[in-house]
Design a protein around this ligand. Structure first.
Ligand code: PRT
Ligand code: ZN
Length: 291
């Protein structure tokens, strides 16, 4: 029998150790969720939010969520698509970014996927690679291996590999080059199909916090001094959350302007602000951004 207490709790699966563990724990912390340190345990309980954490291997997370043993999980999108379980992606988490790419030996000429026709591809991602080949109408042999994929071409096991890449240095060190990106990935939040109403409400609260943390990371708070005769031009450059705040400075003819800037346009706008006469520009990180 399920008690009320269990019904209004979320069981979250995260990677026990590996590339996603620390960022997963950091995200929870940034969402104001405190977890007693459970790294050497299989489970941990949050002290100020009804969440229980399960620490698992990343490959197992989609299955646990499909089965409803965990309600939600943080896991790489690459694993979600490869495992192809009945789970829903709720939100991209902004960390664990990488790409699944075809790679070949540096001296090979790979202009497009037709290079792979009748070739042997070593990979730990047979499902995603199989779908890619099918979409391109290419016949190739997939050789599934679970680790050290990058050595396969050098030892004559395969003509190409398909593996995760982030900096590219592993490929480079093994005499390989990235030939084609077939899948872009990052960590995502997944959920099971059978959440009850109370759990869905908890998930909505968690997702709201995650979105606020992500927005804050993508934005900076900017303060600057502007001569009043340039205010219009400067305000036009600054979108702000609604519109910029303008306050008079003690010095006659000058104002202080406060606003929020998106990381992507950041340097571009700073240069234009300087050209428009802005001075004393301060840029500060934002901890949370609630819109
Ligand atoms: O023990 P467990 O099964 O939980 O962990 P794991 O060893 O299977 O996974 P782990 O911790 O290596 O990766 C977890 C997740 O991190 C992956 O599923 C991806 O979603 C994400 N991620 C991000 C990466 C990378 N970047 C990455 N670079 N996963 C693996 N790599 C490997 C890649 O396989 C290759 O060997 O790093 C090497 C390439 O890196 P670069 O920087 O040299 O290009
Ligand atoms: Zn794994």
């Amino acid at each position: 029998m399920i008690t009320n207490n269990e019904q209004s709790k979320l069981r979250l699966a995260i990677q026990k150790s590996g590339r996603l563990h620390d960022d997963s724990m950091r995200l929870l912390k940034e969402c104001g969720i405190d977890v007693s340190n459970g790294v050497n345990k299989l489970k941990a309980e949050a002290t100020n939010f009804p969440i229980e954490l399960f620490f698992l291997r990343d490959d197992d997370i989609p299955q646990y969520v499909e089965d409803g043993v965990a309600d939600i999980g943080f896991v790489g999108e690459n694993v979600v698509f490869e495992k192809n379980k009945k789970v829903n992606i709720v939100e991209k988490l902004g960390f664990g970014k990488c790409r699944l790419s075809m790679a070949v030996q540096r001296n090979e000429q790979y202009s497009d996927a037709s290079f792979l026709q009748n070739k042997k591809i070593a990979t730990s991602y047979p499902v995603i690679v199989g779908n890619f080949l099918k979409e391109k109408g290419i016949d190739a042999e997939i050789h599934e291996i679970s680790g050290s994929v990058e050595i396969a071409p050098g030892i004559g096991l395969a003509d190409a590999i398909c593996d995760l890449v982030s900096s590219g240095s592993t490929l480079f060190m093994n005499g390989l080059k990235e030939a084609e990106v077939i899948f872009e990935s990052q960590a995502v939040l997944i959920k099971q199909n059978g959440l009850n109403l109370a759990q869905q409400q908890l998930l909505d609260r968690l997702v709201f916090r995650i979105q606020s943390v992500k927005k804050a990371k993508n934005n900076k708070y900017i303060l600057l001094n502007a001569p009043n005769n340039q205010l219009d031009a400067i305000i036009n450059l600054l979108p702000g959350m609604k519109s910029p705040t303008v306050l008079p400075l003690a010095t006659e003819g000058w104002s202080s302007v406060h606003s929020v800037l998106n990381e992507n346009d950041f340097w571009n706008i700073i240069e234009q602000l300087k050209a428009a006469g802005a001075e004393g520009i301060l840029v500060v990180p934002i901890e949370k951004m609630i819109i």
